[in-house]
Write a protein that binds this ligand. Structure first.
Ligand SMILES: [Zn+2]
Length: 275
């Protein structure tokens, strides 16, 4: 292990207030990753859902800059709803209403800094977490007088659509493409996808020595529905804490996906800004 990685690096947390003023005057858009701290199998750190959106936003910020769109990255949000894995060791959870109030206050903090546009992405699959985030972004943006958006790739849109109150014309949602192809079996939690991306962006945090021993869960949509009932159901379905195929992960594939998906995010953001 090294001394670790700072999730504040290149975010507003490492800027001075004068640099924030300067960025705001330039019309910088604010980028915000929403994750949680939850168990991610025997091979990935608890903060995987915080690290991955952070890595994607750093890449998106570079692509936006090349398009002439200045941005700042807000420090990651990492206390959220963990209905599914809430019974596993290492998982932290807050009630949806606590998450929503905290998010709204943080969004309102941007108002005095004169930021006009906020783009959020989620790194965490729990449907209730994402539904809570969507509504907090909507309310925070309204109360702060800021254009606040939730940039969603197809898997995140699918999760929001499971809520009966979902509005397909919701202007808060900005759809984005992503590079991950559907697989034969479901790979949603600490599987090939997240492991590849973590391995490429934060290699010292992946316990690569155990990867080879982790058998694919080989689960389909019905198993996923059962797992999503959460808590004791998730413990029973995935006693090892992952749903997918971590042993199939590949560092180079993860690197390429972070590059591609960060670019897709930037393109979706630029599209909403009409660039
Ligand atoms: Zn995850």
């Amino acid at each position: 292990m090294t001394d670790g990685y700072s999730i504040f690096y290149r975010t507003m947390a490492d800027m001075t207030y004068l640099e924030v003023v300067e960025a705001s005057k330039k019309g910088a858009v604010v980028l915000w990753g929403l994750g949680v701290i939850e168990q991610h199998g025997p091979h990935l750190p608890l903060a995987t859902d915080v690290y991955l959106p952070y890595a994607l936003l750093r890449r998106a910020a570079d692509v936006l800059e090349a398009k002439g769109i200045p941005s700042v990255i807000m420090p990651p949000f990492y206390w959220g709803v963990n209905h599914v894995t809430g019974l596993f060791p290492g998982t932290f959870e807050v009630r949806p209403e606590v998450m929503a109030e905290l998010m709204v206050d943080l969004i309102k903090s941007l108002k005095k800094d004169n930021f006009k546009n906020l783009f959020c992405i989620s790194g965490h699959g729990d449907p209730l977490h994402n539904w809570t985030a969507l509504n907090a972004i909507k309310r925070g943006g309204k109360e702060a007088g800021i254009n606040a958006y939730f940039v969603c790739t197809p898997p995140f849109l699918a999760r929001l659509k499971t809520n009966p109150a979902f509005d397909p014309a919701d202007p808060t949602i900005v759809p984005a493409e992503h590079s991950v192809e559907p697989k034969k079996f479901v790979d949603v939690h600490a599987g090939e996808n997240e492991t590849s991306a973590m391995w490429s962006a934060f290699p010292d945090l992946v316990r690569s020595d155990v990867l080879g021993s982790l058998k694919s869960t080989d689960y389909g949509p019905e198993d996923l529905a059962e797992w999503r009932k959460g808590r004791e159901h998730a413990l029973r379905k995935t006693p090892d804490g992952y749903l997918g195929d971590p042993a199939a992960s590949d560092k180079e594939m993860g690197r390429q996906r972070v590059l591609d998906d960060g670019r897709f995010l930037a393109e979706a953001i630029a599209g909403r800004l009409n660039h």
